[in-house]
Design a protein around this ligand. Structure first.
Ligand SMILES: NC(=O)C1=CN([C@@H]2O[C@H](COP(=O)(O)OP(=O)(O)OC[C@H]3O[C@@H](n4cnc5c(N)ncnc54)[C@H](OP(=O)(O)O)[C@@H]3O)[C@@H](O)[C@H]2O)C=CC1
Ligand SMILES: CCCCCCCCCCCCCCCC(=O)[C@@H](N)CO
Length: 332
C-alpha cells in the first residue's frame, strides 16, 4: 500500500515538473540582441545596460542628461562581450514628453541598431515625505515619470516587438510597489500603478510571444537613492533599513536573469520572495513550481508579515513620541 502511495506521489511530482517545463516561457539569449534601457545613464539602469552588454547585446541608453549618458556609454563599452557586432548608442530624451518624438527616436535607434528585442523601463525617480508635506505637484510628477514614462516608451516600442513575434518588456517597480510605507504616498502609488498595467499587458501580448517582467527592487545603493536619503523622514529611513541595502550590480543581474527566463515577477532576497508571494494576487504564473510555492506559503508569509507590520507601527509610534517630547521641551 505504502509503495502505491509513494509511486502515485512521485508520478504526480514528475507530471508537475513536465508541465512546469511546458508552460514556462523559453529562456532567451541576449547574444546579438538589442536592448533599450531607459534610465540607462545611472544606478540600476546603468548596471542593467552593462549586464546586457556582457551577455552579448547591443545596448541603447535613454535618459535626459547628455553628459551623464556619454559617461555611462564609455563604461558600458568596457564590458562588451566578444561579439564584434555589438554597439552602444545613447539617446537624450525625456520619457514624460512628446509621444510622437519618442516614436521617432525609437524608429531611429532601430534603423541604427536593428529591431529592439528587449525594452527595459528603468527611468524613474523617488521622493519621500509625509502626505501633507508632499506638494500636490510631486504626486503628479511621480505618476508622470514612474508610471506614464513607462507607458509611453512601451507604447512606442510594442508595435516592433509584435511584428517580430517575440520580445521582452521590463517594468521596474519597487518593493514599495508591493506594500505602502510611511512617507511613500506619492512614490508607492506610482509604482503600484505599474502592476495593473503589467498584468493587463501580459495577458494581451502573450499570443505574440512577448513576456513582461515586473521587477520589485529593494533599497539599492545608487545616485537616486543617495538623493532620496537627503530628505527622507526618520520613520521611512528606519522602516526601510529593515529591508537592507543592495548593490545595483546584484539587483541588475537578478532582473536580467528573470527577464531572460521570461518570469513575470522579479524580486530579490528572502524579504523579496516573501513579499512577492503574499502579493501574488491574480498575477500570471511563470511556472508550476512558482504557483505551488504561492499556494502553500501565502498563509505562512502573511502570518510573518503581521510581525513586520507591528514592528513598523511601533517605529512610527516611537518617532511620534520623540517629536512630541521635543516640541514640549521647546514650548516649556
Ligand atoms: N535605488 C533604489 O533604492 C530603488 C530604485 N527603484 C527604481 O529603480 C529605477 C532606477 O533607480 P535608480 O537607479 O536609483 O535611479 P537614478 O536616480 O540613479 O537614475 C535614474 C535614471 O533615470 C533617468 N531619468 C529620470 N527621469 C527621466 C526622464 N523624465 N526621462 C528619461 N530618463 C529619466 C536618469 O537620467 P536623467 O536624469 O539624465 O534623465 C537616470 O538615468 C527607478 O525607477 C527607481 O524608482 C526601485 C527600488 C529601489
Ligand atoms: C513577510 C513579508 C516580509 C516583508 C518585508 C518587507 C520589508 C520592507 C522593506 C521596505 C523597503 C522599501 C524599499 C523601497 C525602495 C525604493 O523604491 C526607494 N529606495 C527608491 O529610491
Amino acid at each position: 500500500m505504502l509503495w502505491v502511495v509513494l509511486a502515485v506521489f512521485v508520478t504526480f511530482i514528475l507530471i508537475l515538473f513536465v508541465l512546469s517545463e511546458l508552460i514556462a516561457p523559453k529562456k532567451i539569449s541576449l547574444n546579438g540582441a538589442h536592448v533599450l534601457v531607459t534610465g540607462g545613464s545611472s544606478g540600476i539602469g546603468k548596471c542593467l545596460a552593462i549586464e546586457a552588454a556582457r551577455r552579448g547585446a547591443s545596448v541603447t541608453l535613454l535618459a535626459r542628461n547628455q553628459a551623464r549618458l556619454e559617461e555611462a556609454r564609455a563604461e558600458v563599452q568596457k564590458h562588451l562581450a566578444d561579439n564584434k557586432q555589438q554597439k552602444v548608442l545613447c539617446v537624450s530624451a525625456d520619457v514624460t514628453k512628446d509621444f510622437n518624438a519618442l516614436e521617432k527616436t525609437v524608429k531611429q535607434v532601430e534603423e541604427e541598431q536593428g529591431p529592439i528585442t528587449a525594452l527595459i523601463n528603468c527611468a524613474g525617480t523617488s521622493m519621500s515625505a509625509k502626505f501633507l508635506d508632499t506638494p500636490v505637484e510631486e504626486f503628479k510628477r511621480m505618476m508622470d515619470i514612474n508610471y506614464l514614462g513607462s507607458v509611453l516608451l512601451t507604447r512606442a516600442v510594442l508595435p516592433s516587438l509584435m511584428r517580430q513575434k517575440q520580445g521582452r518588456i521590463v517594468l521596474v517597480s519597487s518593493m514599495a510597489g508591493q506594500l505602502g510605507l510611511f512617507g511613500y504616498t506619492a512614490y508607492s502609488a506610482s509604482k503600484f500603478a505599474l502592476r495593473g498595467m503589467a498584468e493587463s499587458l501580459q495577458m494581451e501580448v502573450r499570443p505574440f510571444n512577448i513576456q513582461v517582467t515586473l521587477a520589485f527592487p529593494p533599497d539599492t545603493d545608487t545616485p537616486g537613492f543617495a538623493e532620496e536619503q537627503k530628505s527622507k523622514p526618520k520613520e521611512t529611513r528606519l522602516i526601510s533599513e529593515s529591508g537592507g541595502l543592495f548593490q545595483p550590480e546584484v539587483v541588475a543581474k537578478s532582473i536580467l536573469d528573470d527577464m531572460m527566463r521570461g518570469r513575470f515577477v522579479s524580486s530579490i532576497g528572502l524579504d523579496g520572495f516573501m513579499l512577492s508571494t503574499i502579493t501574488a494576487g491574480f498575477s500570471p504564473i511563470s511556472s508550476i513550481m512558482e504557483a505551488l510555492q504561492q499556494v502553500s506559503l501565502m498563509g505562512l508569509f502573511r502570518f510573518i508579515s503581521l510581525f513586520y507590520l507591528a514592528h513598523f507601527d511601533h517605529t512610527v509610534k516611537k518617532c511620534h513620541q520623540e517629536t512630541e517630547a521635543e516640541s514640549n521641551k521647546k514650548s516649556s
